[in-house]
Design a protein around this ligand. Structure first.
Ligand SMILES: [Zn+2]
Length: 466
């Protein structure tokens, strides 16, 4: 008998953690950090749903921290089983979990300073670098399409989810009352159609039950946003005015996509050549990892990599490593383009670039992704007239733009079409990884396809005999 227990990303988008119980074995689908409000997240991420030693395997859909970021905490608590992931997910996790440990150490230091002042017990670190290293030793890689029995009678296969490098949907094959049965966990789904880097999500056949993400369950991305045309206008503007274009960008995926667009614009002569700086050690590392995994890309990029060409390099592009080099960019005259992290301006080197550029009306700030509530990125996008950076207020005079066309997530139509592509074998579904109203909207989409039963689990809810 296979039971499902939903322990995270239930009626919210972060902290993905779903437990499959099969014939007395426990398998986790993803093991992600809950992000957002600090106090709630601190406590939730530290609460173990059951003893870590009682878990038999972890299956990881992709490297994003809200899917992978709690793995080292489980290892610290005694987990010693295998962690199944694609080779690219493994490599990205090595970089991202280290970065996560580093950021958490800084965060805990800040929180504990306040707690000591309030005479409260300080928080313990969720995990540190040695825990990350112990976790990395437990990874077992599985290519797309390869099937592996992970506990007796239960096999998994990864399919390309087209979301970020190495991202996978997971099919689980098992027996229910002696008959073969297939459960599909979508992980995060990418967009369909032609894309600058990745392939569209891979179809799966014979699915009986579905656990689906619902991030954009109620919305479609704007049609044909002409990313290239808009970037062309921005680069032309800063070239003419000798000013700066600052792009807060996620290290995995978004940075590499923007580089491809810029390369195309420069190579075709559509814009004058201006210096481009990628100023984030994680973005530099992530770009190197992208180059090591031709198997994850669309035909065009894969062919380039197989021919020994570098799709993420062009004249005038530099990856900044040291803090000194990063600071030196502040006093350099424009024109220049700076891509830096974090994507929502919550920390990292993007902060000092914003501090130095937002006051000048000739500078441009370009957001390339969703800005969550409560982040500095969101305040800037929402039209603040001044912003607080490192405790000081700065007037916001630079022009702010947002391009949504690079989203790594399928929209409402994409999610629905993906579910339709599974065919009529799907009898029940669970909507996870979305705010409640988006899960409800996606539930309606699925019911309209003829899926008989669609549940929106709450955290901790158990479904027996799926
Ligand atoms: Zn993701």
């Amino acid at each position: 008998m296979l039971n499902l227990r939903f322990l995270g990303a239930a009626r919210t988008t972060t902290g993905s953690l779903h437990c499959v119980e099969y014939d007395g074995h426990r398998v986790l689908l993803d093991c992600g950090l809950l992000q957002g409000h600090r106090k709630e997240a601190f406590e939730a991420n530290r609460a173990m749903p059951f003893p870590a030693k009682e878990i038999d395997a972890i299956v990881l859909s992709h490297a994003h921290i809200d899917h992978s970021g709690r793995i080292p905490a489980f290892v610290k608590a005694g987990y010693r089983g295998p962690i199944y992931a694609t080779p690219a997910t493994r490599d990205l996790c090595d970089a991202m979990l280290r970065d996560s440990a580093y950021l958490q150490a800084k965060d805990v230091e800040y929180v504990n300073k306040k707690r000591r002042e309030q005479r409260k017990t300080p928080f313990e670190l969720l995990y540190d670098i040695p825990d990350v290293e112990n976790a990395m030793a437990l990874f077992r890689t599985l290519d797309y399409g390869e099937t592996r029995e992970i506990v007796p009678g239960l096999s998994i296969t990864f399919r390309d989810a087209g979301h970020i490098l190495g991202s996978a949907s997971v099919t689980l094959d098992y027996l229910k009352w002696g008959k073969p049965r297939r459960l599909l966990y979508t992980g995060d789904l990418g967009r369909g159609g032609e894309k600058p880097l990745l392939r569209p999500p891979e179809p799966v056949e014979g699915v009986d039950a579905l656990i689906t993400e619902s991030t954009y369950g109620d919305r479609d991305h704007p049609a044909d946003e002409n990313v290239r045309g808009r970037l062309k206008d921005y680069v032309t503007f800063i070239a003419q005015h000798h000013s700066k274009l600052v792009v807060p960008a996620f290290s995995v995926g978004r940075t590499q996509q923007v580089l491809r667009f810029l390369d195309g614009l420069f190579a075709s002569g559509a814009v004058p050549q201006v210096p481009v700086y990628v100023d984030s050690p994680l973005s530099a590392k992530s770009t190197e990892i992208h180059k090591r995994h031709p198997e994850c890309f669309n035909d065009r990029i894969r062919t380039m990599l197989e021919r020994g060409e570098d799709p993420f390099s062009f004249p005038g592009l530099r990856f900044i490593q040291t803090v000194e080099e990063s600071m030196a960019l502040n006093s350099k005259p424009g024109p220049m383009i700076i891509l830096s992290a974090s994507g929502m301006c919550e920390g990292g080197r993007i902060l000092h670039h914003l501090k130095n550029t937002v006051g000048d009306p000739l500078n441009l700030v370009l957001f390339t992704g969703f800005q969550a509530e409560g982040t500095l990125g969101r305040r800037i996008v929402d039209g603040a007239t001044e912003v607080k950076i490192y405790g000081e207020m700065y007037p916001l005079r630079a022009t702010v733009f947002t391009i949504n066309g690079l989203s790594a997530h399928a929209d409402r139509t994409g999610l629905t079409e993906y579910a339709r592509s599974l065919g009529r074998s799907v009898r029940r579904a669970f909507c996870v990884h979305g705010e409640e109203k988006y899960c409800e909207a996606h539930r309606e989409n699925l019911l309209s396809l003829g899926i008989k039963r669609v549940d929106i689990p709450v955290k901790g809810q158990l479904f027996e005999d799926v």
